[in-house]
Design a binder for this molecule. Structure first.
Ligand code: F58
Length: 829
C-alpha cells in the first residue's frame, strides 16, 4: 500500500473532482447534482443547483485542505511552527461560494461551465444564505483576518461558536424594524464538515473539592453539576491563489450521550430529552449587542463553552503530535477577540494545573505567553463584567482561580504602588464598589502578554482612559494594530468592474500587495482613465438602484450623489445627525423651490439591537422622513431617501461599490476604529467624517484635501463636557437646526403624530449625549462643500482615484502581519 501520509494531489488525482477547465467543472457539477443532491437538471430547484455547485467547489478545496493538514503535521512534528488560534465569539464570513471561486482562480471557468449548462452563475451565488454569526464589525474583522492569515500563509485556526440562529433577519414594516429568526442552516450548509469524533466535554456548575494527592501536594477536583459535549464543525478558509487553506472550527453544543441512557433506563424519558434540549440551548442563538449582559447566564455559558472546547482541542492536537502541555506556548499563540473569550485565561490555568499537573508558576508563564487581547470598545457600558455569584455558580473552580490570580496580582500592585489602596481597588479583577463583579477586561489585561486597540486614536485612548491603570503598571504590554479589511472580498469579488479597470493599468498584484494601488496615482488626472472610472461607478450605482427598487420600492436616480451610511444603528454613530441634514435640505428646498441643489440619494442600512428602543426609533425616523421626502412633488428628482433592510455582508458587497459619499460621522472618541470606512474608500467613495477611529488614519493616508472633515475633536468633546454641555443653546441660536428639530417634533414626518418622536427629540434637547447639536452646523457646512465638490466631476473623480490609490495601509494583510511581528511572534511560512 502507498504511504498514506503522502497522498498525491498531483496529476494522478487530476480528475472530475479537481479539474479546473469549464468542461471538468460542468461534468463535476452534473455529477454532484445527481449523486449528492439526488436530482436531475429538469427537476432541480435553484437551491439544488447551488448545492451541486458548492460541492463541486468544495471538492476543489479539499485537496488543498488535506495538503495543509499534512504540512501542519510535518512542520509540527519538526516543532518548526507556531499555530495562531483566533478565539472569537463571532465570525461573519459572508457567502462562501463566490469567494472560494475567486481564491481558487476558477471564477471565469465556472461561469463558462454554468453557461454551457444554461445557468447563470451570479444567480447561483446569490442563492447562498450567509452565516450571520456575528453582530457587526468585530465579527467581520475576525473573518477578514482569517482570509489574510490564509493568504499570507500563516497556519491558523479560527475558533468560535456554531450558532443555530445567527443575527436576526431585519424586515421593515410600517417603517419599524421587525426581527425574524435567522434560519441560516435550513437549506443545508455545504461548506461545513462535522467531526463528531473530535468532540470535547465541557463541565458546568457544581462545586470543587480540595485534596492531597499521592505525593502530598494539594490539588483541586471540580465536581460539576452537568457536562455538555462540543462537536466541532470545520469550514475551509482558502487563501487567495490557493496558497493555504486554514480552518474555521465552530462548536455546537450537544447533550452527552450517557445522560440520555441513564435517565432512559430508569424510565425517565422526558427528563432525558429535557437535558438534551437544555444542552443544545447553549449554541442556539447569537446574542445581539443589547446593552447590559449582566445576568445573562447563558451568555457566560456560551463564552466558556467555546473557549473550553477550543483549548482542550489545542491540547488534544498537541498531544497527538507528541507535545506535552508544558510546551503549549511554543506551539500556539491565541488572540482573544475582545473580552468574550477572556475566560480562556482561567480555563487554561485550570487545564494546566488541575488536569495536567503543571505547577502554578509555570502554568501562569505559559498562559501569559499564549494570549493576546484585542479591545474593540471604549464604551464603558460595553466592558463585560459578571456578578461574582453567578460566575461562581457556573464556574466554581474558575472563580477560585480568578481569586488566586488576583491575590498574586494585587501583591504585585502593592509592591509597585505602596500604600495606594485606591489604585489596587481600581486594578483588581473584582469590582467591589457595590455588588461584586468579575471584570473580564482586567482578567484579560493581567493574563495576556499583549493588549491592543484597533486604531491609533483608540489605542491612545485605551492607555489614557479605559485601561490607564493597567498601562501605568505594564506599559510594555500595550500596542496598536489598526484594523484592515480584505481586498479580496471587498474589492476583487464585490467590485469586479473596478478590479478589472485597475488591473488593466497596473496589473493584479494589488490583490495581495495592496500598496501597489499607489501605481494608480499617475492616472488620477488622465481624462480617459477618469471617464472609465466614472463609468464603473455609474454601472455600480445602476445595480444598487435596481436593488433599492426591488427591496424598498423606492426609485432612485443613478446620476444623483449616492450618500450612504451603512452600519449598526447606534446613537454614537449618529445616523440621526445624517437625518438632520436631510431635513435641512428638504426645508431649504421647500422654502426656495428654485434653489439649485445637487440631487442626492441617501441610503441607510443597519440593524438595531432588538432591545435598543432609541436605535429602533431612529430607524422609524429615517423611514418616516423617507416617506415624506420621496413623495413630495416639490422634491422630486432632487432628494431621495431609502432604508435598505437587512444589511449584512452580502448586501454590503452591493453597497460599497456604488457609493459616492461615505458617512463616518460618529462623535470623536466613540468609534474604536470602524471598518466600513475602509471598504467605502477602497471602492472610490469620498468620506465625510469626524476625527474618530480609523478615519484619522484614512485622512492621513488619502490627504486632507481628499477627505471631508468636520466636527469636534476628542479634546474639544472633553472640554465641552467639562464646561457643561447645553444642547439647548445650539437649538436657540441656530434657526436651521431649530427648524429641523421642530419639523420632527410637530409630527410633520409622522402624519401629525407629535408624540412619536418625542423620546428622541427630548433626549437631544435635554442631554444630547453624542453632541449632535454641537456638530450640526459644521456638518451642514461640510455637506455643502461636498455638494460643491460633486459639481466638478473631474476633480471629484480625481479625488476618488486618489482615495483608492492610497488605501494600501487598510488591507487586513498589513494588520495581520503586524500581529505576527509584534504580538504573535510568528513568521508567515
Ligand atoms: C466594533 N465592535 C467597533 N462589537 O465598534 C468598531 O469600531 C471596530 O471597527 C470593530 O469592532 C472591529 O474592531 C463591535 O463590532 C460588537 O459587535 C460586540 C459584539 C458582542 C456584544 C457587544 C458588541
Amino acid at each position: 500500500m502507498e504511504n498514506q501520509d503522502e497522498v498525491s494531489t498531483g496529476e494522478k488525482c487530476r480528475n472530475i473532482r479537481t479539474g479546473s477547465s469549464p468542461d471538468d467543472i460542468a461534468q463535476a457539477f452534473l455529477d454532484n447534482l445527481y449523486y449528492a443532491q439526488g436530482r436531475i437538471p429538469v427537476l432541480a430547484t435553484r437551491n439544488d443547483l447551488y448545492m451541486a455547485l458548492a460541492y463541486t467547489v468544495r471538492d476543489r478545496l479539499a485537496a488543498r485542505w488535506v495538503a495543509q493538514m499534512q504540512q501542519f503535521r510535518r512542520a509540527e512534528l519538526k516543532k518548526s511552527i507556531k499555530v495562531v488560534c483566533y478565539l472569537s465569539a463571532e465570525f461573519l464570513p459572508g457567502p462562501h461560494l463566490g469567494n472560494n471561486l475567486l481564491n481558487l482562480g476558477i471564477y471565469d471557468e465556472t461561469r463558462q461551465a454554468m453557461e454551457q449548462l444554461g445557468y447563470n452563475l451570479e444567480e447561483l451565488i446569490d442563492q447562498e444564505t450567509e452565516p450571520g454569526l456575528g453582530n457587526g464589525g468585530l465579527g467581520r474583522l475576525a473573518s477578514c483576518f482569517m482570509d489574510s492569515l490564509s493568504t499570507i500563509v500563516v497556519p491558523a485556526f479560527g475558533y468560535g461558536i456554531r450558532y443555530e440562529f445567527g443575527i436576526f433577519d431585519q424586515e421593515i414594516r410600517d417603517g419599524w424594524q421587525v426581527e425574524i429568526t435567522d434560519k441560516w442552516l435550513k437549506l443545508g450548509n455545504p461548506w461545513e464538515m462535522p467531526l463528531p469524533e473530535l468532540c470535547q466535554e465541557v463541565k458546568l456548575g457544581g462545586h470543587t473539592e480540595h485534596y492531597q494527592d499521592g505525593q502530598g501536594r494539594s490539588r483541586v477536583r471540580w465536581i460539576p453539576a452537568g457536562v455538555v459535549e462540543g462537536i466541532p464543525y470545520d469550514t475551509p478558509i482558502l487563501g487567495y491563489g490557493g496558497n493555504i487553506c486554514n480552518t474555521l472550527r465552530l462548536w455546537k453544543a450537544e447533550a452527552v450521550e450517557s445522560f440520555d441512557f441513564q435517565d432512559f433506563n430508569v424510565g425517565n424519558y422526558y427528563a432525558a430529552v429535557e437535558e438534551k434540549v437544555k444542552s443544545e440551548t447553549i449554541t442556539k442563538v447569537l446574542y445581539p449587542n443589547d446593552e447590559p449582559e449582566i445576568g445573562k447566564m447563558l451568555r457566560l455559558i456560551q463564552e466558556y463553552f467555546f473557549v473550553s472546547c477550543s483549548l482542550q482541542d489545542m491540547i488534544r492536537i498537541g498531544k497527538m503530535l507528541g507535545n506535552s502541555p508544558e510546551c503549549f506556548d511554543q506551539r500556539y499563540v491565541a488572540q482573544l477577540n475582545d473580552t468574550h473569550p477572556s475566560i480562556a485565561v482561567a480555563e487554561l490555568m485550570r487545564l494546566l494545573v488541575d488536569e495536567h499537573d503543571v505547577a502554578w508558576e509555570k502554568a501562569w508563564e505559559i498562559t501569559q505567553n499564549t494570549f493576546g487581547y484585542t479591545n474593540h470598545t471604549l464604551l464603558p457600558e460595553a466592558l463585560e463584567k459578571w456578578p461574582v455569584e453567578l460566575f461562581g455558580q457556573i464556574l466554581p473552580r474558575h472563580l477560585e482561580i480568578v481569586y488566586e490570580i488576583n491575590r498574586r496580582f494585587l501583591d504585585q500592585v502593592r509592591l509597585a504602588f505602596p500604600g495606594d489602596e485606591e489604585q489596587a481597588a481600581r486594578l483588581s479583577l473584582i469590582d467591589e464598589s457595590g455588588c461584586r463583579y468579575v471584570r473580564m477586561a482586567h482578567l484579560a489585561c493581567v493574563g495576556c502578554h499583549a493588549v491592543n486597540g484597533v486604531a491609533k486614536l483608540h489605542s491612545e485612548l485605551l492607555k489614557s482612559e479605559v485601561l490607564r491603570d493597567f498601562h501605568e503598571m505594564f506599559p510594555e504590554k500595550f500596542h496598536n494594530v489598526t484594523n484592515g479589511v480584505t481586498p479580496r472580498r471587498w474589492m476583487a469579488l464585490s467590485n469586479p468592474r473596478l478590479a478589472a479597470l485597475i488591473s488593466g493599468v497596473i496589473g493584479d498584484g494589488w490583490i495581495t500587495q495592496l500598496d501597489e494601488l499607489r501605481k494608480l496615482e499617475p492616472f488620477a488626472d488622465d481624462p480617459a482613465f477618469q471617464e472609465k472610472w466614472r463609468r464603473v461607478k455609474r454601472e455600480n450605482k445602476n445595480d444598487l438602484a435596481t436593488l433599492i427598487l426591488n427591496r424598498t420600492g423606492v426609485a432612485v436616480d443613478p446620476d444623483s450623489l449616492f450618500d450612504i451610511q451603512v452600519k449598526r444603528l447606534h446613537e454614537y454613530k449618529r445616523q440621526h445627525l445624517n437625518v438632520l441634514h436631510i431635513i435641512t435640505l428638504y426645508a431649504r428646498l421647500k422654502r426656495y423651490p428654485a434653489s439649485d441643489c445637487v440631487p442626492r440619494t441617501f441610503v441607510f442600512g443597519g440593524k438595531a439591537a432588538p432591545g435598543y428602543a432609541m436605535a429602533k426609533l431612529i430607524i422609524k425616523l429615517i423611514n418616516s422622513v423617507a416617506g415624506v421626502v420621496n413623495t413630495d412633488p416639490d422634491i422630486r428628482g432632487r432628494l431621495n431617501v431609502a432604508f435598505l433592510p437587512d444589511f449584512n455582508v452580502k448586501t454590503g458587497q452591493q453597497v460599497y461599490p456604488a457609493a459616492d459619499l461615505s458617512e463616518q460621522i460618529s462623535l470623536a472618541g466613540e468609534e474604536a476604529s470602524g471598518t466600513g470606512n475602509m471598504k467605502f474608500s477602497m471602492n472610490g467613495a469620498l468620506t465625510i467624517g469626524t476625527l474618530d477611529g480609523a478615519n484619522v488614519e484614512i485622512r492621513e493616508e488619502v490627504g486632507a484635501e481628499n477627505f471631508f472633515l468636520f466636527g469636534l475633536k476628542v479634546d474639544e468633546v472633553e472640554e465641552l463636557k467639562a464646561r457643561g454641555y447645553d444642547p439647548r443653546k445650539y437649538y436657540d441660536s441656530n434657526p436651521a437646526l431649530r427648524e429641523a428639530i421642530d419639523l420632527i417634533r410637530s409630527g410633520h414626518f409622522s402624519g401629525g403624530n407629535a408624540q412619536l418622536f418625542a423620546p428622541l427629540v427630548d433626549l437631544l434637547m435635554q442631554r444630547d449625549n453624542y453632541m449632535l447639536f454641537a456638530d450640526y452646523q459644521p456638518y451642514i457646512d461640510c455637506q455643502d462643500r461636498v455638494s460643491a465638490a460633486f459639481r466638478d466631476q473631474q476633480n471629484w473623480t480625481r479625488m476618488s482615484i486618489l482615495n483608492v490609490a492610497r488605501m494600501g495601509k487598510f488591507s487586513s494583510d498589513r494588520a495581520v502581519r503586524e500581529y505576527c511581528d509584534m504580538i504573535w511572534k510568528v513568521q508567515p511560512v
